[in-house]
Design a protein around this ligand. Structure first.
Ligand code: URP
Ligand code: ZN
Ligand code: ZN
Length: 456
């Protein structure tokens, strides 16, 4: 069996940073400690940090939205992931109305199989809640799908409060958990109609028709449903101070709620929507980018461990695709790329700016998503018998983010020209070197990850 020892680095965990060697045999870590080099190939990583492979628990690869398909499928999306130190993505298998969950899951397996350069798992996004769908839930758990997503918005996917309540009650029986896209569809739908009637068609009307209180209201409602169902839940891509305050209030009442946010909500704000169409449209996502005070609240949430994961909501569209909404902002496909830049941004603007510690970075990008999505300790930690998913990270590296060097097919990055500190040097996926000094050196080796129940 192939044995490698990564020697001279410092291992990052949620408990601290410790100088230690990591011995890998085949796909697994076999030991973490000192003097482990016997009969193994020695790789000197002196001065480097070693993180457990990062997990991005919110990606949309090969997703059809607004009559178009994301620029990144599992091939390019997963290569972009690996280049950013991501060894596992949890993508959203998405049920179209009329489909069964089995149809949706098979569909996503076909999209990913043999194409992914990182490991992958699936949440199931339920768009059509019916009696036969309820009966399919046990089959989802048997196939390793233990987390679900619902949308309170988007005509093609929205569930109403009653349906979300029923789903939550049902999932509770199996130990499942549901994440929710929280936006008030009634208010937003009407505001969008009014904007178009007034001739307000530019991208800047996207955030104006999705005011912050429409997220806060929806978070409040979702958490009230969770309270009624007495079920655990996740608020995904939390973007506002108001939404965050609702999370804190619900927790005070005893609701078990986890919160996810994303780099775009921590680092960007709605001033970008004032730019020309070709600039502003790249930032159209839902929920939209918010105000500086919202960013501050979200950083506070991370600093105080009141948020649980930082994912990306990677949902990429080319500028050409975005141009479908040149005369009508409601037709711009929603989403932006991010899977490749998350770690480096969190290190530069989180750790180096003393907003979060290295241990917290490890929690938000590796251990917490592994626990919350039932993959721990196979993933999310560097210890004996875990998968040898490892990121060798140079804390002294300096770089600049450019689309040209990113692996996404969307052709741009929302962080173009941003100077970063630290860099991902090597990435190991189950013991295989898949990324080395800027190059993807091994492709398509990703495997499906069967998941257990949440445990965070
Ligand atoms: O704009 C976004 N976020 N698109 C992806 C789908 C979603 O709502 O998560
Ligand atoms: Zn969403
Ligand atoms: Zn999403």
């Amino acid at each position: 069996m192939n044995k490698i020892v990564l020697k001279g680095g410092s291992v990052v965990s949620t408990r601290g940073v410790k100088k230690a060697d990591v011995l890998i045999a085949g796909e697994k870590i076999v030991a973490v400690g000192k003097h482990l080099s016997a009969d193994a190939q020695v790789v000197d990583i002196s001065g480097k940090l070693i993180f457990p492979g990062f997990i991005d628990a919110h990606t949309h690869f090969d997703l059809e939205v607004s009559d178009t398909v994301t620029a990144d499928d599992f091939e390019s999306g997963s290569q972009s992931a690996v280049a950013g130190g991501v060894t596992t993505v949890v993508d959203f298998a998405t049920q179209n109305k009329g489909e069964t969950l089995t149809d949706a899951l098979n569909n996503w397996h076909m999209k990913a199989f043999g194409k992914s350069s990182c490991d992958y798992a699936f949440h199931m996004a339920i768009s059509d809640w019916r009696e036969d769908i309820k009966n399919e839930l046990p089959a989802m758990f048997e196939q390793g799908v233990t987390s679900f997503k619902v949308y309170m918005i988007y005509d093609a996917m929205e569930l109403n409060d009653r349906e979300i309540y029923e789903l939550m009650k049902e999932l509770k029986r199996y130990g499942g958990i549901v994440g929710c896209h929280c936006e008030n569809s009634g208010i937003i739908g009407k505001l969008r109609e009014e904007a178009l009637e007034n001739g307000d068609t530019a991208p800047k009307y996207h955030p104006l028709t999705r005011p912050d209180f429409t997220e806060a209201e929806a978070v409040n409602r979702f958490l009230s449903i969770a309270e009624a169902a007495d079920a655990p839940c996740i608020v995904v891509h939390l973007s506002t101070r108001g939404g965050y305050e609702e999370v804190l209030r619900a927790r005070d009442k005893g609701v078990l709620v986890y919160a996810e946010t994303c780099p775009q909500y921590l680092l960007l704000d709605d001033r970008v929507y004032e730019e020309s169409f070709d600039v502003a449209s790249k930032y159209i996502c839902s929920p939209p980018l918010r105000k500086p005070e919202d960013k501050k609240a979200l950083w506070d949430a991370l600093k105080t461990n009141n948020a649980d994961t930082v994912s990306t909501d990677h949902c990429s569209f080319t500028l050409e695709q975005k141009r479908a909404g040149e005369d009508d902002f409601t037709k711009i496909p929603n989403g932006m790329p991010g899977v490749e830049t998350r770690a480096i941004l969190m290190y530069t603007y989180g750790v180096k700016k003393h907003r979060i510690s290295l241990q917290q970075m490890c929690a938000y990008l590796s251990e917490n998503p592994a626990r919350l999505y039932g993959m721990y300790p196979k993933k999310g930690v560097i210890k004996a018998s875990s998968d040898a998913d490892l990121v060798v990270f140079d804390p002294k590296g300096h770089d600049m983010i450019t689309a040209e060097r990113c692996h996404s097919k969307c052709g741009y990055t929302p962080f173009e020209g941003v100077k970063t500190v630290g860099s991902v040097r090597q990435v190991y996926l189950r013991g295989n070197l898949v990324y080395n000094e800027g190059e993807i050196v091994l492709k398509n080796k990703g495997k499906y990850v069967m998941r257990d129940h949440y445990d965070l």
